[in-house]
Design a protein around this ligand. Structure first.
Ligand SMILES: *Cc1c(COP(=O)(O)O)cnc(C)c1O
Length: 462
């Protein structure tokens, strides 16, 4: 038999435990959304058919993960589950000290409380919102230095998450090494559309950091997806495994923060890993205060087991090929239909450009919000607005249009199949066909900060 190279990329798993999803009528969705103040965050998940609000902690675990969880060690100190977790993190990252935390932001809290102080500046390609919040909570400035290509939604570039090395050098020159306690790099660049960072860029950032004696940390939440992009897009990596690529990437850094709710393939958990003994000792002191004893750090033994196994499953080539392809597949279908999306599709989500799709809705009538609500009303799909409702409210209480009005469709890991994605494409195309009839929104009530979570709105024109 000749070798057969199938064109169809299939889900690399079969399903042995299923969870029903909930169908609703359009009258039920209309009533549910109205009761939620036209805010999808306030919907009950049971009223949602396909939930793409986030890829964080929403994935499916494997039979191996569940098996490990059943056999976990729940000892307060020195549990064998911790040592399995620590061995997996060390094997993949190479970092000496592994500090478990209940999720990614707890690792950020411990790191920035320990290293940052008022007037410091922390450069990053793009700070994720919890990262920015923790940097600012420590009184420091979070400075985003992604390459110019990374700010242009329609521009195709293989590594739009890269750090602008010249801007990084200029920042160090301007601010001074002593006011920069760390340089960060987020892989993939979540807030920049899940766009990857190249190995060459990681190496370049590392070289700058080393030359100036500044510690260099990776925000590693989607390290496995990033490894896949390096394997498939960067010269010299095609024959390396995702694990070898991840190991090389971490070797250039002094530590990392991680949310295991992403490429840890777990529903909760995270860690901080560092090489420096003195820093590790300080971080563990704070960990005991805020998270728990250093061999569990806010997690149950079974969470440690789920992550120890999940980190390797995230690096499986068949899984990564299917994962990245499912996102690109939706992107291709939308692009073929002329629907504007952020290009190229990244590792965990497709971003619809609502401002471009709905030109009759001005930014101050929230086109992203309008589009997301239309997806729900028509197809029971929940995504999230990343636009003027999320970012428009200024600290002085005034309102400005956000830089873009996007709707992010984030894919939970191993949760939906190709027919779900086909359905999704059909819903988006149908909303697009009816786009001229979609109303804008006005705000009825809002909180002074992070308003999108609890905001209430109403459609204009009744
Ligand atoms: C999710 C995320 C975090 C925070 O992790 P949590 O587990 O949600 O606290 C930090 N950085 C990035 C890039 C993320 O995607």
């Amino acid at each position: 038999m000749h070798d057969f190279q199938p064109k169809t990329i299939i889900e690399p798993f079969r399903i042995r435990s299923v969870e029903p999803i909930h169908f609703t009528t359009s009258a039920q969705r209309e009533a549910a959304l109205q009761a939620a103040g036209y805010n999808p965050f306030l919907l009950r998940a049971d009223d949602v058919l396909i939930d793409l609000l986030t890829d964080s902690g929403t994935g499916a675990m494997s039979s191996r993960q569940w098996a490990g969880m059943i056999a976990s060690d729940e000892s307060y100190a020195g549990a064998s589950s911790f040592y399995r977790f620590e061995a997996a993190v060390r094997d993949i990252t190479g970092f000496k000290h592994v500090i478990p935390t209940h999720q990614g932001r707890a690792a950020e809290n411990i790191l920035f409380t320990t290293i940052a102080k008022p007037d410091d500046v922390i450069p990053n390609n793009t700070h994720f919102d919890t990262t920015r919040a923790h940097v600012e909570h420590a009184g420091a400035e979070a400075r985003d230095l992604v390459i110019a290509e990374g700010r242009q939604p329609r521009l195709i570039h293989p590594f739009k998450g890269n750090m602008d090395i010249a801007a990084l050098e200029a920042t160090i020159e301007q601010v001074g090494r002593e006011r920069i306690p760390a340089i960060l790099l987020t892989v993939t660049n979540n807030s920049g559309g899940g766009q990857p960072v190249s190995m060459a860029n990681v190496r370049a950032v590392s070289a700058v950091a080393r030359r100036h004696g500044i510690p260099f940390f990776i925000d590693a939440c989607r390290f496995a997806e990033n490894a896949w992009f390096i394997k498939t897009r960067e010269e010299g990596y095609a024959d390396k495994t995702p694990q070898e690529i991840a190991q090389e990437l971490f070797s250039y850094a002094d530590g990392c923060t991680m949310s295991a709710k992403k490429d840890g393939m777990a529903n909760i958990g995270g860690f901080l890993a560092v090489n420096n003994d003195e820093l590790a000792a300080k971080c563990r002191n704070l960990e005991i205060l805020t998270e728990g004893f250093p061999t569990y750090g806010g997690m149950a033994g079974y969470d440690l087991e789920a992550i120890a196994q999940g980190l390797y499953e995230a690096l499986d080539e068949h899984y990564l090929r299917y994962r990245i392809r499912s996102i690109a597949y939706l992107g291709d279908r939308l692009t073929a239909a002329g629907i504007p999306i952020v290009q190229p599709t990244g590792g965990h989500a497709v971003y619809l450009d609502a401002r471009e799709m709905l030109p009759h809705i001005p930014p101050m009538q929230y086109p992203g919000w309008a589009l997301n609500n239309a997806l729900y009303l028509l197809g029971g799909v929940r995504a999230v607005e990343i636009g003027t409702v999320m970012f428009g409210l200024q600290p002085d209480g005034t309102e400005q249009p956000a830089r873009m009005d996007l709707v992010r469709l984030a894919f939970p890991r191993r949760t939906y199949t190709q027919s779900h994605v086909d359905y999704l494409a059909e819903v988006i195309l149908e909303v697009n066909a009816r786009r001229e009839s979609l109303p804008g929104y006005r705000i009825v009530w809002q909180a002074p900060v992070l308003r999108h979570f609890t905001i209430r709105l109403e459609p204009l024109g009744g």
